[in-house]
Write a protein that binds this ligand. Structure first.
Ligand code: PHE
Length: 451
């Protein structure tokens, strides 16, 4: 008797979850697991997290919906979407493609570290919680001129393989199992971490804001982190929105995806920072935080090596569901604008992006004396330009485009499926996209750049 009902319900639920998983897959990745704890650690912990939340609320939800609406309406890639509505806005989409190109170049380097750490875990390298030893092991690996490049190549080949096979195909199927699995592993790791002796210090560091720490630099870091973590400001969500069916509930998805993303980031913070304090690491130590701290936590768990292996395997999966969306943004552009076949475009781009990532990797070791920008090494410089400059600028222009050029009436019509689904916050969202979000981005950006 309930058969028919069950079927219909399962079908609807299935398609909705399928999209949310794909979009959440793009959002959840190294940004949450690696970049969030690192950036929080370097920017005063609680102060950073507080600003992060403020920007998430003022900007994050609003822009998520704007990108999905624009993508579904035009059914096109980042550049094409702008171009279809206003020809002379195409370059904004182009900025996004450039950001994706730059991000993927160093993202793949870090993704390679994850693959290496999978092997380290399973071969029993995590036997001690000694900061010196674990820091030394990590330092030796990433500063080696050759080994990380090998793993960088493997990560890029995996990304390329999935994108050639079609982003929409298999990923959803695996995401349904692997994303919840990652969540469970993160909760277990977090529980181990917060029950370590002295963990309370780390929890306080992350959750209790010291207002005196809020500077222009902290504001800009939080802004960049919101964009990076939610995959906003460069057209990834435009591209994914273009795969959405006409009956999907965009307002609801725009609410759920940022929530899931932030939840995972906080979990990562709570898995890493308490252990940092417990074992006597330095919270501001930088890119190694994930790779140095978690092995220490795993060493304190039964079957820690196996646990660590599964954990890094799931991190790799999360990273791949993000890297494919980065590559997809670039591929869609080249296929449309340069009339290239999809296969050629994917292979060509992956090769160029791989080469571009090499300096980021070398900049940590043999080229560590090179600092292109603000005293940062090469990887952090590329990250800064993409996340703290290109994405916020792209996000600002998106607000102007939707609020002032394309028009709110059109956007709301698309968001509510021509008025067929309820969207009580339509008026609020309109106000946010037209005024609050662009002003917030502009103020934070200017403060941060001048600081
Ligand atoms: N949001 C992804 C992460 O947190 C990275 C990403 C940025 C993916 C921009 C797509 C576009 O890992």
């Amino acid at each position: 008797m309930a058969n028919l009902n069950n079927n219909t319900e399962r079908d609807q639920w299935g398609s909705k979850v399928g999209f949310i998983l794909a979009a959440a897959g793009s959002a959840v990745g190294l940004g949450n697991l690696w970049r969030f704890p690192v950036t929080a650690g370097q920017n005063g912990g609680g102060a950073f997290v507080l600003v992060y939340f403020a920007i998430l609320i003022l900007v994050g939800f609003t822009l998520m919906m704007a990108e999905l609406v624009l993508g579904r309406h035009t059914q096109l890639n980042a550049l094409g979407a702008y171009k279809k509505i206003r020809n002379n806005w195409a370059w904004v989409g182009g900025l996004g493609v450039l950001a994706g190109f730059l991000i993927l170049s160093f993202y793949s380097v870090i993704g390679g570290w994850v693959i290496n750490y999978m092997f380290k875990a399973i071969t029993g390298a995590f036997t001690t919680s000694d900061p010196e030893f674990l820091g030394g092991m990590f330092g030796a690996f990433i500063s080696n001129p050759v080994e990380p490049l090998f793993y960088h190549a493997i990560f890029m080949i995996l990304t390329l393989g999935i994108v050639i096979g079609g982003v929409k195909g298999g990923i959803e199927k695996y995401a349904k199992i692997l994303m919840p699995a990652l969540f469970v592993m993160m909760v277990l790791t977090m529980l181990r971490s917060v029950t370590l002796p002295g963990a309370m210090e780390g929890i306080k560091f992350l959750l209790v804001p010291d207002f005196s720490m809020i500077t222009g630099a902290v504001l800009l870091s939080a802004l960049g982190q919101v964009f990076f973590s939610l995959s906003l400001g460069m057209g990834a969500m435009i591209t994914y929105g273009s795969y959405l069916s006409k009956d999907a509930n965009i307002p609801q998805s725009s609410f759920i995806i940022p929530l899931v993303d932030t939840g995972i980031a906080l979990l990562a913070g709570l898995a890493i920072l308490p252990a940092v304090f417990s074992f006597g690491f330095d919270p501001a130590e930088g890119p190694g935080l994930l790779f140095v701290t978690l092995p220490a936590v795993f060493s304190q768990m039964p079957l820690g090596g196996l646990f660590g292996f599964v954990f890094f395997l799931l991190v790799l999966f999360a990273a791949l569901t993000s890297s494919i969306s980065l590559l997809e943004v670039c591929v869609a552009y080249v296929v449309d604008e340069w009339n290239m076949t999809r296969k050629k475009a994917t292979i060509g781009l992956a090769a160029v992006i791989f080469l571009l990532g090499i300096p980021s990797s070398l900049g940590i070791g043999v080229w560590s004396h090179i600092s292109p920008f603000r005293g940062l090494d090469i990887l952090d410089s590329v990250d800064f330009i993409a996340s703290n400059v290109l994405m916020p600028v792209g996000g600002f222009l998106l607000c102007i485009f939707i609020g002032w050029v394309w028009g709110l009436e059109n956007a709301i019509k698309e968001a509510t499926n021509e008025g067929t689904i309820p969207f009580k916050l339509a008026g609020f969202w309109s106000f946010m996209i037209k005024w609050v979000a662009p002003i917030a981005i502009a103020v934070v950006f200017v403060q941060g750049i001048l600081s």
